[in-house]
Write a protein that binds this ligand. Structure first.
Ligand code: HEC
Ligand code: HEC
Length: 197
């Protein structure tokens, strides 16, 4: 599994120039301008008000860039995103990554109508060592997503997509492997917990 994922990522890394010794600096204001294409769905300041559409504000720069590359190449499939990603140049992607990562992250979902579910989610996250990749505060790092305060129903969708194989994810870290053994109840609890961090 690890080798297969790596084989997928290595040529992409070369394609966008991550491997280049002198990457161009990102242009934040160009990223903000380009983000006009995104606000209808992802919200004015990267905070989504739409079901099954993720907030992007505060996501790690590289996570945003990689997902756009995956959509553009078709390794991540979504009807809303693919036509948009196909229009983006490598430079646009670099600038959009810089822009969305510079925005303040969403506030935690509230109120907590099911504290027992939140506690269950916290226990499962600890037992499954989600923090070992997503960091102790679940804000993500590099190509690993921020999952703290993401929309609850989007977290459920993402975990189900990994579990069913609709989404494979990139890099050596296989979310598909992580999600495969999660039950529906565990996914519900994890999403409820993470959305409230
Ligand atoms: C027509 C609505 C729409 C537009 C416009 C749109 N997106 Fe999206 N985007 C989505 C949806 C829906 C998803 C969730 C896809 C899925 O469920 O796999 C998504 C997912 C993403 C993701 C993955 C985030 C994650 O947490 O998994 C990134 C990054 C992203 N979009 C960036 C952008 C950028 C940058 C733009 C503008 C250049 C943009 N999107 C424009 C609807 C849209
Ligand atoms: C081995 C490292 C690793 C572990 C352990 C891990 N993750 Fe992930 N996770 C990642 C990476 C890397 C990504 C981005 C994958 C991609 O490109 O789709 C990710 C993506 C996600 C996403 C999608 C976020 C988005 O906005 O699209 C969710 C949700 C998620 N992880 C939840 C979890 C949960 C819950 C756990 C514990 C049960 C967990 N992860 C454990 C590495 C890990």
């Amino acid at each position: 599994m690890g080798y297969r994922s790596f084989a997928l990522v290595a040529p992409l890394a070369l394609a966008i120039g991550f491997a280049s010794s002198a990457p161009e600096a990102a242009d934040l204001s160009a990223g903000k301008e380009k983000a006009d294409l995104c606000t209808n769905c992802h919200g004015e300041v990267g905070i989504s008000q739409i079901q099954e559409t993720p907030s992007l504000a505060g996501q790690p720069d590289l996570f945003v860039q990689w997902q756009l590359i995956f959509f553009r190449s078709g390794t991540r499939k979504n009807e809303a995103m693919q036509p948009i990603a196909e229009q983006l140049t490598n430079e646009d992607i670099r600038n959009l990554g810089a822009y969305f990562s510079s925005l303040s992250p969403p506030r935690p979902a509230e109120p907590d109508d099911q504290p027992a579910l939140t506690e269950a989610g916290a226990r499962i996250a600890a037992a499954r060592r989600c923090a070992s990749c997503h960091t102790d505060t679940f804000v993500g790092t590099k190509a690993t997503a921020r999952i703290a305060s993401q929309r609850e129903e989007y977290l459920v969708k993402a975990l189900r997509d990994y579990k069913s194989g609709v989404r494979s994810g990139g890099g050596m870290a296989a979310m598909a492997d992580v999600a495969y053994s999660l039950s529906d109840d565990e996914i519900t609890a994890l999403a409820h917990y993470l959305a409230r961090l």
